[in-house]
Design a protein around this ligand. Structure first.
Ligand SMILES: *Cc1c(COP(=O)(O)O)cnc(C)c1O
Length: 355
């Protein structure tokens, strides 16, 4: 039975991505070799890398002056790479979840960090508002989608300094005003590819202004100069990323994806709000359209395990919530078909009837 994949990451990929990757593992671009054994310097793979970079630019309408790089080390390495390359004296951070906390920890190794606002005291159930970003900050770092807590900033904030964003779990889910950002980074394993590659969209003239020495591998300029081929790139994840990007383009681009994502999330939140057994955990106006977090209403708390079992029997996978929130989390990324969301809704309705 085909499962409904609600895992938070690594997570669902389009059938198009998986099928084309599987085919290339057997025969890559008619070379008679597997994607797993091809040189990254072969003209066939260089073409993959070039097209992937070009498609990121096309889909997100990246203005000139920015470069797209494919990097190793996950989004977590970006927590240190960003301040290494950009933090001269002081940076501002918005503390909206576990990943933001991790990013702040690394930034403190490089300079003064002004945490302009935090929702920590409310277990990150909302996105702080009405904060002030100091005008002398080198950048303002945000986490646009808080994967664990199910909150999202579906806008590019207006502040007086350049933005930097961790978009690991919502990149390509909406159009972005790239010109407001110095760096956008995203681990691929939520909306793009299997684990192993991270993309970064970097404003070139934001680089080269810090006094510290930067190790070669941690300097964005190294990877920009070498077209993400300074060292051996993760060939398979990059190939898969290209397939996903092609799929997004075929669907009609990020505006179409945004509309589909809003629809999927709306029907699921409607059911959570309607169903007597469940309630959402995130502040309504900050609800994520990527990770939908919900718990059992207090009087039904003891049904939690039973619901997981019931959902599992209906082919749902990965709906158990993160341990720091509990309950349930349905990750409904770009590749998630509406039919899987509808299947989850039917499961919730059926479970309600039985209780
Ligand atoms: C998953 C995730 C990360 C961590 O990514 P790694 O690639 O495992 O380092 C960071 N930020 C956000 C928002 C995430 O969802």
């Amino acid at each position: 039975m085909k499962k409904h994949n609600f895992y938070a990451g690594p997570s669902i990929l389009s059938e198009y991505t998986i099928k084309n990757t599987a085919d290339a593992v057997l025969d890559f671009a008619g070379t008679g070799l597997s994607l797993l054994e091809i040189s990254h310097r072969s003209k066939e793979f260089v073409a993959v890398m070039d097209e992937a970079q070009a498609l990121v630019k096309e889909l997100l309408d990246v203005p000139s002056g920015y470069e797209v790089v494919f990097l190793g080390g996950g989004a977590s390495l970006q927590f240190c790479m960003v301040p290494f390359n950009l933090l001269k004296k002081k940076a501002a951070y918005l503390e909206t979840g576990t990943w933001a906390v991790n990013a702040i920890k690394e930034a403190k190794l490089f300079g003064e960090v002004d945490v302009v606002a935090s929702s920590k005291e409310a277990n990150f159930t909302y996105i702080p508002k009405g904060y002030t970003v100091p005008e002398d900050a080198d950048y303002f770092h945000i986490t646009t989608n808080n994967t664990i807590f199910g909150t999202e900033m579906r806008y590019d904030p207006d502040v007086k300094v350049p933005l930097v964003a961790d978009m690991s779990s919502d990149i390509f889910s909406r159009p972005i005003d790239i010109a407001k950002y110095n760096i956008i980074y995203a681990g691929a394993q939520k909306n793009l590819a299997p684990a192993g590659v991270t993309i970064a969209i970097v404003r070139e003239d934001a680089l080269g202004h810090v006094d510290r020495a930067i190790p070669t591998m941690l300097d964005y300029r190294t990877h920009i100069k070498k077209g993400s081929m300074f060292n051996t790139p993760p060939c398979l994840p990059v190939f898969s990323a290209l397939q996903t990007l092609k799929y997004y383009k075929q669907l009609g681009g990020v505006k179409v994806l945004e509309k589909m994502n809003i629809e999927k999330a709306a029907i699921l939140y409607d059911e959570i709000d309607r169903n007597k057994l469940f309630k959402g955990t995130a502040n309504v106006e900050d609800r994520s359209i990527m990770n939908v977090c919900f718990v059992m209403n207090d009087e039904y708390k003891d049904l939690e395990d039973e619901f997981i079992k019931f959902a599992t029997s209906k082919g749902m996978v990965g709906i158990k919530g993160h341990r720091s929130v509990g309950g349930f989390r349905a990750s409904i990324y770009n590749a998630m078909p509406k039919s899987s969301v509808e299947a989850l809704i039917d499961t919730m309705k059926e479970f309600e009837k039985a209780h």
